[in-house]
Design a protein around this ligand. Structure first.
Ligand SMILES: NC(=O)c1ccc[n+]([C@@H]2O[C@H](COP(=O)([O-])OP(=O)(O)OC[C@H]3O[C@@H](n4cnc5c(N)ncnc54)[C@H](OP(=O)(O)O)[C@@H]3O)[C@@H](O)[C@H]2O)c1
Length: 261
């Protein structure tokens, strides 16, 4: 049975970047449950194929495409494949993201803070900012044709309060929040909304280096009393992807209230 019926996902074509795991995976599955034609973008085909198999339980139309969102040729080729397959794009979830891996004993905000070389630093901007930019530019002309589009960007609370990660990660996420507002202003008249979610800590493969103690600390300082799961983020992304939405250019903090503490 189709879920989220009131959100109007049935028959809509939705691209989710970083769909091979974590928040992107959960979002793709929920959109498939809503009856959307789901397109999975990511760099590792094996991961995408597993998510595709799960999505196929709910939707007959699922595409898995190898795409590096920081590479313009890859983005343009993959978006062209979506158009060839489905002829339209209604929803774009810019969710792909990267994090530094830590050596034992190292912390983002401690020892790693002042060690980033230029290439490492710029890599974050290529995925989190330029990646959103080129995905939007490739997809928006197709949304304009139908005078409809829903774009949702996964940013981070670190892009708001600048903590928990490296300066490159936090600065690139702050940039993604501002870029969300810029695209919202430019394309509102095309009935294209552009919003962002800013997750706090979420239990996904990205957090593989986090210790049980770190999870416990976050859970303890979170008014809702636990660390988020991917599905918690997916539900907010779906809210911003719904058909009837009079909200644009906003970034919603999704951290169980922990920034109140
Ligand atoms: N987990 C958290 O605590 C947390 C908190 C705040 C914000 N976020 C944000 O949430 C988003 C989703 O992360 P997650 O937590 O779900 O982590 P995740 O499980 O590691 O998912 C990130 C996905 O992005 C893909 N990806 C990375 N670089 C890519 C590229 N250049 N092109 C295409 N795909 C790429 C990865 O797959 P491949 O490597 O196979 O491409 C991976 O499947 C990210 O933007 C992250 O910054 C996460």
């Amino acid at each position: 049975m189709v879920q989220y019926k009131e959100y109007g996902f049935e028959g809509k074509v939705a691209i989710i970047t970083g769909a091979g795991s974590g928040i992107g995976e959960a979002t793709a599955i929920e959109l498939a449950k809503g009856g959307a034609k789901v397109v999975l973008f990511g760099r590792t085909v094996g991961k995408l194929e597993k998510v595709k198999a799960e999505c196929l339980k709910y939707s007959n139309d699922v595409l898995a495409l190898a795409c590096d969102v920081s590479d313009i040729t890859s983005v343009e080729t993959s978006v062209a494949e979506v158009i060839k397959a489905y002829g339209r794009i209604d929803i774009l979830v810019n969710n792909a993201g990267i994090e530094s891996r830590l050596e034992p004993g190292e912390t983002f905000f401690g020892t790693l803070f002042d060690k980033l070389d230029e290439e490492t630093y710029m890599k974050f901007f290529k995925v989190h900012d330029y990646g959103h930019y080129i995905m939007n530019l490739a997809v928006i002309p197709h949304m304009q044709k139908n005078h409809f589009g829903r774009i949702v960007n996964t940013t981070s609370v670190t892009g708001i309060h600048g903590n928990y990660s490296t300066p490159a990660y936090t600065a690139s996420k702050a940039g993604a929040i501002c870029q969300t507002k810029a695209f919202a202003m430019k394309y509102g008249r095309d009935n294209i909304t552009v919003n962002a979610i800013a997750p706090g800590m979420v239990d996904t493969p990205m957090k593989i280096d986090a210790t049980p103690r770190e999870f416990e600390i976050v859970a303890n300082k979170t008014p809702l009393g636990r660390v988020a799961e991917s599905i918690d983020m997916a539900r907010v992304i779906l809210f911003f992807a719904q058909e009837n939405l009079f909200v644009t250019g906003q970034c919603l903090t999704c951290d169980g209230g922990s920034d109140l503490a």
